[in-house]
Design a protein around this ligand. Sequence first.
Ligand code: ZN
Length: 107
Amino acid sequence: MKYCRKCGKELDDAAVVCPHCGVLVNEDALKTTKQSNTIAVVGFIFSFLIAIVGLICCIIGLKKSAETGTGKGLSIAGIIISVANMVLGWLIYLPVLQQLAFAGLGI
Ligand SMILES: [Zn+2]
């Protein structure tokens, strides 16, 4: 049995936050949680920059979130942004490419 360093009450050994005063009592558990969804964070950032990289990272992040229980929302948001980014990219570049192709063919 361990004790809360703030209020001194008894705590469950698996406790991350003190149920009596709400202070964080297991910082290691929180660090592990934060590290486990790094791929989701990376994927989310890349979804704005390089959509395909973001999409792949977010899919991995989503699979990982099923095990760790973190980064699910971020992964889903990243996937949506990646797909939207790719669709928007095609909508912008496809007409330009078509015009260039037609111009090249002399039509
Ligand atoms: Zn406490």
